[in-house]
Design a protein around this ligand. Sequence first.
Ligand code: PHE
Length: 342
Amino acid sequence: LRDKYLTAISGAADEAALEDLRVQAVGKKGEISLKMRELGKMTAEERQTVGPKLNALKDEINSALAAKKAGLADAALDERLRTEWLDVTLPGRPRRQGTIHPISQVWEEATVIFADMGFAVAEGPQIESDWYNFDALNIPGHHPARAEMDTFYMHRADGDNRPPHVLRTHTSPVQIRSMQDQGAPLRIICPGRVYRADYDQTHTPMFHQVEGLAIDKDISMANLKWVLEEFCRAFFEVDNVELRFRASHFPFTEPSAEVDIRCSWDGGQLKIGEGDDWMEILGSGMVHPKVLQAGNIDPNEWQGFAFGMGIDRIAMLKYGIPDLRAFFDSDLRWLRHYGFSS
Ligand code: PHE
């Protein structure tokens, strides 16, 4: 009996087989348990010799079972350690991390700076009606500004004689929409995409502007100048920003000014606030009374300034990038070169 069980136990393949053996040998109805029950029918002397032997056998089998069980568990652990082995000294596989496009970064920064000055963000459609993009901004049908803007037109169906919609050529139509929606006083910026059929080193058919509009009872050109200088100081992170207001003409502002920023191209290295170069960054002026009227605001009561700044232009300046087209080539090598991507 002893040999039978000890051999079986040492050969048990797994814990389930071991449990079967335990039941067979020392379970309630196991072979050894039954033998112990028979002790009752024996004489006293017989019991004295057989009893201790059975007890010893039971102990021996129990400890063999326990030992084998522990052995099986060790083996299982060894197996897991072998198969789930992990080399923590292997170098990691680098994962390229995506980054925010420089234009989006500049868009964000500009929004934050103007927000600090109390400008809320307004939005408008990129496919705009002829009226909002032109007429409401005092650019009537025959006006040369329409041709100058290299407008993309959306075609109407044959026989539909209404003026075609356009891809907005500037963010200025959002001025009108905001005036109509919110009335005066008003202080908004509108960052967004605009479109013109133009393509060279400093022009792409889609580009970005941020429009600014402030309307109140006593807003003046002085406020405009302060806001723009303050913006440039914060955006370019230089104290000695110098802006040049050049008299200009826009149908929707009177007077109008184009604004240049002093900079230098020093061996390909761009510096803001020094040197003898001037880079145009925006158009601006006092909102024309007709434009206020188109926005349902009384020009006898209110006045304001407006500006439209090229987001891509100020991004080129900030990062010293000479060709605007590269912004939209989606070339990762270029983005990495300028530190825009990992
Ligand atoms: N809309 C003008 C442009 O795109 C810029 C501008 C905006 C000028 C507001 C004056 C006032 O060129």
